[in-house]
Write a protein that binds this ligand. Structure first.
Ligand code: SF4
Ligand code: SF4
Ligand code: SF4
Length: 381
């Protein structure tokens, strides 16, 4: 689809090149607004911002090594109904993949938007970012992207990127209408721009970028990155399976869960309007607690913590895109992402499905095949 183009980089300043590119799109009125990560005016944290004035793009930072929420959900909020304008939505790959799931779950629409993804360099957990970010967050971003693009880990002040990112096998935003490539690109001089869809191609026609060849080393660099990530991911799966093998181990894993439901709130694909855990189904009578305690000698309070996680897994493991926001949100440092990704990998594989891969794949359970799971349901020939 389409050719490849480039955004020129001056003075080795990738962030400034991206800011200038976005500014030119707003000035040319190619779009009415951009949803893009930007440093907050009042705090050293980067959040998605909906920008309509080109003058308000000076702190845009889509390479910041932090994402305090999965912005796929914010993109869904903006597109659920007609917004009356065209928006460029800049997302990380796991945000893009969450958005795709939300479109399929009828929580978002693709009309009126252009999805732009930038090769994802990873991110730290929120609390680590607060510890390591200096007075100038753009400088922290620069240190980080220079390290990652030089083939290093991106660690800053002894902090490593989040476990979800260390094991992420989807850093390349292949599903975006427009992809901006960094891996294997000579980013000291230019950034790769590629249209992946017809609407991306149509949009880029008005951007007047110079054509450029895709760098020959990009494929090898990306292949090596994916090989490393998949090896880490498989080791994480094996370790997690060992830790949750059986109800006793699972209970131990989630022993310090306080049922705050932060992981559910942070999860971009947990979208039910009324979650059973927000109803009074689990508001047990005080006498029931006493009865359970008398039967066992003691019970942990709150109860139902493992049941909560099993319920959530049953509801959304086919849609989990592995962003790690559940772990990011946990006040008690429970590695939630590891369990959800480990289970999701198996449940998605069983359906021949991969969450966030394509808008054209129907989600499991929304369709059935006549000859499906015959070995399980015992209906084989
Ligand atoms: S999980 Fe993957 S796509 Fe998401 S921030 Fe981490 S590296 Fe990027
Ligand atoms: S369960 Fe966790 S890793 Fe999976 S999509 Fe939700 S927040 Fe992201
Ligand atoms: S965020 Fe942590 S403590 Fe809160 S419900 Fe989820 S696992 Fe439990």
């Amino acid at each position: 689809m389409g050719g490849t183009m480039k955004i020129e980089v001056e003075n080795n300043d990738i962030l400034q090149s991206l800011r200038d590119f976005f500014r030119s799109l707003l000035e040319k009125k190619a779009i009415d607004a951009i949803l893009v990560p930007q440093k907050l005016p009042m705090k050293n944290m980067v959040m998605p911002m909906l920008v309509t004035d080109a003058k308000d793009l000076s702190h845009v930072d889509p390479l910041a090594p932090v994402f305090p929420l999965n912005a796929g959900r914010m993109a869904a909020r903006l597109t659920k109904k007609p917004i009356g304008g065209k928006i460029l939505v800049v997302l990380r790959t796991c945000e893009l993949r969450a958005f795709i799931e939300l479109v399929k779950l009828k929580q978002a629409r693709t009309e009126e938007i252009i999805l732009l993804g930038i090769d994802c360099l990873g991110a730290f957990q929120n609390r680590d970012y607060f510890e390591l970010v200096g007075d100038d967050p753009s400088e922290t971003t620069r240190l980080f992207h220079e390290s990652v693009l030089a083939g290093e880990s991106g660690a800053i002040k002894g902090f490593e990127i989040a476990p979800a990112c260390q094991t992420c096998e989807h850093p390349i935003p292949e599903q975006a209408d427009i992809l901006i490539g960094l891996y294997g690109v000579d980013t000291h001089h230019n950034l790769l721009v590629q249209a992946n869809t017809q609407s991306g191609e149509d949009f880029l026609e008005g951007a007047h970028l110079s054509p450029a060849a895709s760098p020959s080393r990009r494929k090898a660099v990306v292949d090596a990155l994916l090989k490393d990530r998949k090896a880490r991911r498989d080791a994480m799966f094996a370790n997690t399976r060992q830790q949750i093998d059986g109800i006793e181990k699972l209970t131990t894993y989630f022993a310090n869960c306080v049922n705050c439901y932060n992981c559910r709130v942070a999860c971009p694909v947990c979208y039910c309007r009324e979650c059973v855990f927000s109803t009074d189904v689990f508001e047990h009578e005080p006498s029931q607690y006493l009865g359970w305690s008398k039967r066992k000698g003691m019970i942990k309070m709150p109860t139902d913590t493992v049941f909560y996680h099993l319920t959530r897994l049953a509801h959304m493991s086919t849609a989990c895109i592995g962003c790690g926001q559940c772990s990011n949100a946990c006040p008690n440092d429970i590695p939630v992402m590891e369990v959800f990704r480990t289970i999701a990998h198996r449940s998605q594989k069983a359906f021949g499905y991969e969450a966030g891969r394509s808008l054209d794949e129907k989600p499991p359970l929304s369709e059935f095949r006549e000859k499906e799971f015959e070995d399980i349901v015992g209906m084989g020939d």
